[in-house]
Design a protein around this ligand. Structure first.
Ligand code: NAD
Length: 512
């Protein structure tokens, strides 16, 4: 392969071709207004992963700007009608927001591909419809919420109602910004809360446009606010703020631990969707072609930068050689390149330090005695940008490549002899987000379903979601769940009101 074989457009060409209007500086949105450019504020420099060119700056929200965003959300919650709206009125507003996201889906997918390098075709086909669906789903769920009434306590009616919690801080990562923020945002808004979003440093413009679009569609000022900046500055100010009532966090396990500790100072409610190192078990009785197709999707969709990546493939001895042979051939054929090219399957990794981190696991794997089966280096032929060859290694489960989340197109394969061993290996992890099982034998499938310590078990299918079903992690993959009941529980408080059903005798103290 010759040097620089692939033509990678520069930022000017990309923005012209895809009609992206880049700002000079991304700023916060508070009380419905995009904040002005402040020359004294700290700025982060954004870089396009497709060509490693600098793009815009991001104006960091310092403590005082975070305070202003929380104050706007607090005011909208405490002193406007928002939390008391009838479901019909709230639904009308949120459906307008839903429609606006749908109208701007192509723009939002284009900005995401430009900011984080995920192939635009997948963003258009999967992420944007899911973003729209998240809104629809929670608006409709909120319309069905009821309370409880108990009559078993003599002479009393006990009524249980659900109320919004108040001001929600939503902190999200860069790998699927609209999908992940909309999951929490839609649930929070549909139940009457107000919100401050902290965008990831690496996808700020996507969320700026997202918030502008839904606010322009009619969400009242102050109900959805947005701040930007580094985690230990902006994020920390937000999660420690005494006027924030609940934290919905999606991100790394280490960050989740720090945030839980900060949130404990004021005992905030928290929902944590964290990292993963998910096992993908292929049994001898599986349909091997399906297992290979599904395993490739499980590790390569979204550039492998997914919490739910199937990053440990466990192969039963009798089919291991055939699987490895076919899987690695296919992986070597995967087209890496510009995420705007329609035939590209894996784009550049999202930013320089992440690319360096993923690349560093090649040396880590080698130093631990793993065998590099395919890939294992920067992709050939790119003069700039963060392109990495999809990589598969054969490694032991105790090694770092099997225990640490790499968050890229990098998979570790292992062999096992029987199902007991496969389940033991699957569970030998600090994480427990999802798992995959490829088998045509019902008892095998049900044993995996029962015994694997993970929040989701996907059987003969990769990456399928049902919004009604809970999604979240065992162990260090999270606390709580997203889904029909879990999201409502996170964003509502239960209240008991007790009413006497007839006149009561109340003992009279202080009468003697
Ligand atoms: P990250 O933890 O580095 O950052 C997530 C967010 O937290 C960012 O907005 C960041 O600025 C903020 N943050 C960082 N430090 C903070 C602090 N001390 N206080 C407050 N906020 C802070 O994660 P990332 O690199 O953006 O995303 C990748 C991670 O997200 C992976 O581990 C992945 O598995 C996880 N993830 C999980 C799910 C899920 O549903 N379980 C989904 C997607 C991604």
């Amino acid at each position: 392969m010759t040097d620089n074989q692939f033509e990678i457009p520069n930022v000017k060409d990309l923005t012209d071709q895809h009609q992206i209007q880049l700002p000079d500086t991304v700023t916060a949105i508070i009380d419905g207004s995009l904040q002005g450019h402040d020359t004294t504020a700290f700025k982060l420099q954004s870089v396009c992963p497709i060509n490693a060119e600098e793009t815009y700056t991001v104006q960091e929200s310092d403590e005082s700007e975070v305070n202003a965003a929380v104050a706007a959300a607090r005011h909208a919650f405490d002193h406007t009608d928002w939390q008391y709206l009838s479901h019909t009125d709230r639904k009308a507003i949120l459906y307008k927001a839903r429609d606006a996201i749908r109208e701007h889906a192509q723009e939002l997918a284009t900005i995401q591909a430009f900011e984080v390098g995920i192939p635009v075709a997948g963003l258009q086909a999967m992420h944007m419809p899911r973003t729209v669906e998240n809104f629809e789903f929670f608006i409709e769920v909120a319309g069905t919420l009821g309370g409880e009434a108990y009559t078993q306590t003599r002479n009393y009616l006990s009524i249980v109602t659900h109320e919004p919690v108040g001001v929600c801080a939503l902190l999200t990562p860069w790998n699927a910004p609209t999908v992940l923020v909309s999951m929490k945002l839609a649930a929070a808004l549909a139940t009457g809360n107000t919100v401050v979003i902290k965008a990831s440093e690496y996808s700020p413009y996507t969320l700026q446009r997202f918030v502008e679009i839904i606010n322009d569609a009619g969400i009242p000022p102050g109900v959805v606010n947005l701040v930007n900046g580094r985690g230990h500055i902006t994020g920390q100010s937000l999660v420690e703020h005494p006027d924030v009532d609940v934290i919905g966090f999606v991100g790394g396990t280490g960050t989740g631990k720090t945030i839980m500790s900060s949130a404990s100072k004021t005992l905030k409610k928290v929902g944590m969707e964290l990292g993963g190192k998910s096992a993908n078990i292929v049994t001898a009785d599986a349909n091997l072609d399906d297992a290979i197709d599904g395993s490739l999707i499980a590790i390569l969709a979204g550039n492998g930068e997914q919490c739910l990546a199937g990053s440990r493939i466990l192969l039963q001895d009798s089919i291991a050689d055939e699987f490895i042979d076919k899987f690695t051939q296919r992986m070597a054929n995967v087209k890496v390149g510009n995420p705007f090219d329609s035939d590209v399957e894996v784009g550049p990794l999202a930013f320089a330090s992440h690319y360096e981190k993923v690349l560093s696991y090649v040396d880590i794997a080698k130093s631990e005695g793993a065998e590099i089966l395919v890939g294992g280096k920067a992709a050939d032929g790119f003069s700039s940008g963060y392109y990495f060859e999809p990589t598969a290694v054969l490694a032991d489960n105790s090694s770092r490549v099997c225990q640490e989340e790499i968050f890229g197109p990098f998979v570790a394969l292992q062999r096992y002899s029987d199902l007991e061993e496969a389940i033991t290996i699957a569970n030998d992890s600090d994480f427990g987000l999802v798992s995959y099982v490829w088998s045509n034998d019902l008892p095998t499938v049900m044993k995996c379903s029962r015994e694997i310590k993970a929040g989701t078990v996907w059987v003969n299918t990769p990456l399928t979601r049902d919004l009604r079903a809970p999604f979240g992690g065992y162990k260090q993959s999270g606390v709580g769940r997203d889904g029909l009941h879990a999201s409502i529980e996170l964003f509502t408080e239960e209240k008991t009101t007790m009413l006497p059903t007839q006149s009561l005798f109340i003992p009279k103290l202080g009468m003697s």
